[in-house]
Design a protein around this ligand. Structure first.
Ligand code: G1P
Ligand code: ZN
Length: 539
């Protein structure tokens, strides 16, 4: 039976860079989740006859959200849902299932790398028929719908069994429960040379993969241990938990500190990596060695011909504006077209769909290629392992070789979290107004070459996006400021610093960037305005 439930709108259902992301308790308010889902359905002109992929990263409220979603989809006339067993599906695996089945899109319930649990965050990622995040025009429409919603449709039925694989029905809607790992593995086998990877592990190569108690555990066990032959126990924290065991499932130097400490200890394995909550981010480590995500993108680009799927070359490569210019140097020297886009995967999707790029990445531990329309954590790891397998070199050797060939960008990001939104907005507005006056200004040995907002003209859909403020110096140093678009409350100011260097690759990054950090915080008056003497998180 289909119920039409009367409801009142909420005013805060605006999607950010990674979908709708809120405190779990906010999401669990009466009708909150349902309002948003119905708003999406309404904004896209209804979902009658459509097919969607559904899954999540297993965080608290996931199971409940999926059941409610299924009942709403059936009530709204969806033709078919393809759902990961037990409601699990990583973001990259979901994108693959969407592409493979030519669906109308999908819904992945995840707040990505944000903490989970009752007091953590919950999120809804909505992808359209491109199998990637929807353009701003669509998210704006959804937001408008959410502000005027007055009712939603939902089936009055018992919960659907998501434990058993196979087909079932709810009203006229077909539900197919699939193994979320199988298709993903098949895709990876098409991209990489699995025999070479098996050989690597046979030779005694050791790894540690930290799934951070999130969705990629089962994918990693199947691929690294069962198929490729990595030693049992190589994958740690492999069982997805509703609160990620209290972890902040963000693979970086701060939140994956255990893994970093392990790799700097005498017990270190040859290689280590971690993924985030929904499996789209990655961190790469060698013995006593950390690879910045910006360098990682440059290295993958430079070595792409070692991978079967990219052996004939790539269309091009793209990075977000905040990411270091390391990949641009690789692209320029090798005559590979490259693009610099605003933060957010959707800009890459346009470039992929129009065959302008194959590889892309962001400084925030996201790397991917056109095999899907999301970033892909396990793919990045398999790429690195393939480079190691084909060259016989260590992570550190591969990285140093890249620096020698193209220079090293000393790079770091500083996050000032939990700011009052009014304070943060004003800081950015005042800084923007001040930018023209900075040109030619000297700060010690640093001289400003150019200071302007970053503006992107999308070559595919013609849209214009302004995202962040950039100060370029004559010595190639760069400061980028932007406000986070993924927070669930308050504002976060991100300050990104880069200094390319062509001779000395053994400096301490923080020390090297210290003068630039001082300029960045003085110019934006960070301390005066936010009261913070230093950033909350440096990565
Ligand atoms: C952050 C990252 C950005 C990434 C997004 C989704 O967004 O900085 O690169 O695309 O998460 O994973 P932000 O909070 O900075 O808007
Ligand atoms: Zn994620």
């Amino acid at each position: 039976m289909i119920n039409i439930v009367k409801t009142q709108p909420y005013s805060d259902q605006k999607m950010g860079t990674g979908g709708l992301r809120k405190k779990t308790k906010v999401m669990m308010q009466p009708n909150y989740f349902e309002n948003f889902i119905q708003s999406v359905f309404n904004a896209i002109g209804g979902v009658k006859g459509k097919t969607y992929v559904v899954g999540g990263d297993g965080r608290f409220f996931n199971a409940e959200a999926i059941q409610r979603f299924i009942k709403m989809a059936a009530a709204n006339g969806v033709k078919k849902l393809i759902i990961g067993q037990n409601g699990f599906m990583s973001t990259p695996a979901g994108s693959n299932v969407m592409l493979k089945n030519h669906t109308d899109g999908g819904f992945i319930f995840s707040a990505s790398h944000n903490p989970g649990g009752e007091n953590g965050d919950f999120g809804v990622k909505y992808a359209n028929e491109t199998a990637g995040q929807v353009p701003t025009a669509v998210t704006d429409r959804i937001f408008e719908e959410s502000k005027k919603i007055s009712e939603y449709k939902i089936c009055d039925s018992k919960d659907i069994d998501l434990k058993n694989l196979g087909l079932q029905k709810l009203e006229d809607m077909e539900i197919e429960v699939i193994d979320p790992v199988a298709d993903y593995v098949e895709m990876m086998q098409r991209i990489f040379d699995f025999d070479a990877l098996k050989q690597l592990f046979k030779s005694g190569f050791t790894i540690r993969f930290d799934a951070m108690n999130a969705v990629t555990g089962p994918y990693a066990i199947r691929i690294f241990e069962e198929i490729l032959g990595a030693a049992k126990g190589s994958v740690i924290r492999a069982t997805p938990l509703p609160d990620f065991g209290g972890l902040h499932p963000d693979p970086n130097l701060i939140y994956a500190k255990d893994l970093v400490d392990f790799m700097y200890s005498d017990k270190a394995t040859d290689f280590a990596a971690a993924n985030d909550g929904d499996g789209d981010r990655n961190m790469i480590l060698g013995r006593k060695f950390f690879v910045t995500p910006s360098d990682s993108l440059a290295i993958l680009t430079d070595n792409c011909k070692l991978i079967p799927a990219y052996k004939n070359g790539i269309y091009g490569v793209a990075k977000s504006a905040a990411t270091s210019t390391a990949v641009c140097r690789v692209a320029e020297k090798n005559n590979i077209p490259y693009y610099v886009v605003p933060t957010g995967w959707k800009y890459f999707v346009n470039l992929m769909d129009s065959n302008r790029i194959t590889l892309c990445g962001e400084e925030s531990f996201g790397t991917g290629s056109s095999h899907i329309r999301e970033k892909d954590g396990i793919w990045a790891i398999l790429f690195w392992l393939s480079i190691i397998a084909k060259t016989g070199k260590t992570v550190e050797e591969i990285t140093r070789e890249n620096w020698k060939k193209y220079g090293r960008s000393y790079y770091m990001r500083f996050d000032y979290e939990g700011l009052d939104t009014t304070v943060a907005d004003k800081l950015m507005a005042d800084l923007e107004a001040k930018l023209p006056s900075l040109k030619g200004k000297k700060f010690g040995s640093y001289e400003v070459k150019e200071a302007a907002p970053f503006v992107y003209n999308d070559p595919v859909d013609g849209s214009v996006t302004k995202n962040g403020l950039v100060i370029d110096f004559t010595n190639q140093a760069k400061i980028t400021y932007r406000l986070s678009g993924t927070g669930s409350s308050g504002a976060t100011l991100r300050v990104y610093l880069e200094l390319p260097e062509y001779n000395d690759f053994d400096q301490d990054t923080l020390e090297t960037l210290q003068p630039l950090l001082k300029i960045a915080s003085d110019v934006a008056e960070i301390q005066q305005r936010t009261g913070k003497t230093k950033a909350d998180v440096n990565t």
